[in-house]
Design a protein around this ligand. Structure first.
Ligand code: FO1
Length: 317
């Protein structure tokens, strides 16, 4: 089965890792770059790095982002000299940003740089930025419009959210490889990333959303028992006037979905979400260990396989 996974940061990276363990080169991960920004003269691509470090087994197991066995001498030096230290760049991680920034300045596109890095890190699956064009996510809040990392890290997601803007996304071109991967995919998996600020920015790029319409698309809920495992998705649903629930996530994606995966703790909602056009799988979705990632990936792939087989059976009748 050829699969395209849409992913943001930590939660998305974990399921992408489970899928990569099973599918190897049959997996393409399309990653949100709406969080990318320039900081300390460097181009930072947090979700791309989180996905790549996770797939390469280099990710920091405690934080989910950044590198394992990290040291912080450079950022401590920045702070001691009066520079900004609100965004924690580790020494090993900084090497990635330095080399990416050098290559970008030479004119290499982000997708090509990511290909080179993935090869160096021994990643067999294909990891693609959603676009080579910058499409920064702007968070609209009760304290004004905030660039994503200003809201997320500097202001610790405290401002109340009223909406989002994905600057330049409708004019942005999907990165080379993205349209072909989607066209050739049997199954699209929307990873348990934040629907508002990780998945929506991907869907907003050029014709990506439209290209998914004819596909079999399964989303995994990032909300378990009314709460997000990590990050502000639940808080965003509430502040935007929705309930913080798996059901609200399914409603958010609406007609895009063919299948939806929710956790056992939300099993009571299965009947409320299931419809003639939406299949539902209830399973264990919390990914605490590498085995959990692989098990959830296997469950999602079996669910996808069943939906695809049923579709073929219906066509043949
Ligand atoms: N997240 C934080 O909450 N605090 C940080 O200081 C921080 C630094 C950081 C550095 C590199 C990187 O790749 C990611 C980093 N993140 C940090 C995570 C990141 O800001 C968010 O997780 C994503 O943008 C949302 O998916």
């Amino acid at each position: 089965m050829k699969v395209v996974a849409l992913a943001g940061g930590v939660g998305g990276a974990k399921l992408a890792d489970g899928l990569a363990q099973i599918l190897l080169a049959d997996l393409t991960v399309v990653v949100n770059t709406g969080d990318d920004f320039d900081h300390l003269g460097l181009r930072i691509c947090p979700d791309l790095d989180t996905v790549c470090y996770t797939l390469a087994g280099l990710a920091n197991p405690l934080m989910g982002w950044g590198r394992m066995d990290e040291t912080w001498h450079a950022i401590e030096t920045v702070a001691s000299l009066g520079g900004p230290d609100w965004f924690n760049l580790g020494d090993r991680d900084m090497g990635t940003h330095l080399e990416r920034t050098r290559r970008l300045r030479m004119g290499q596109p982000l997708s090509e740089i990511t290909r080179v890095f993935c090869q160096a890190w021994g990643i067999e699956s294909l990891v693609l930025p959603m676009s080579n064009d910058p499409t920064p996510t702007i968070v609209l809040t009760d304290q004004g419009e905030l660039p994503f990392q200003e809201y997320f890290v500097h202001q610790k997601c405290i401002p109340k959210v009223t909406g989002f803007r994905f600057e330049g996304s409708s004019r942005a071109v999907p990165a080379p490889g993205v349209p072909d991967a989607i066209r050739e995919a049997d199954l699209i998996v929307v990873c348990p990333s934040n629907p508002w600020v990780s998945i929506d920015p991907i869907l907003a790029v050029g014709s990506i959303r439209a290209s998914l319409q004819p596909k079999t698309v399964i989303a995994v809920s990032p909300i378990i028992g009314g709460k997000t495992v990590k990050g502000p998705a639940g808080k965003m649903f509430t502040e935007l006037g929705f309930e913080s629930s798996a059901k609200a996530v399914a409603g958010h994606y609406g007609k895009l979905l063919t299948g939806f995966v929710l956790d056992q703790v939300d099993g009571d909602d299965e009947d409320k979400i299931h419809s003639s056009s939406l299949e539902v799988l209830v399973t264990q979705t919390m990914m605490k260990t590498p085995e959990d990632r692989k098990q959830l990936a296997a469950d999602v792939l079996s669910f996808g396989y069943k939906i695809l087989s049923d579709k073929i059976d219906r066509k043949e009748k």
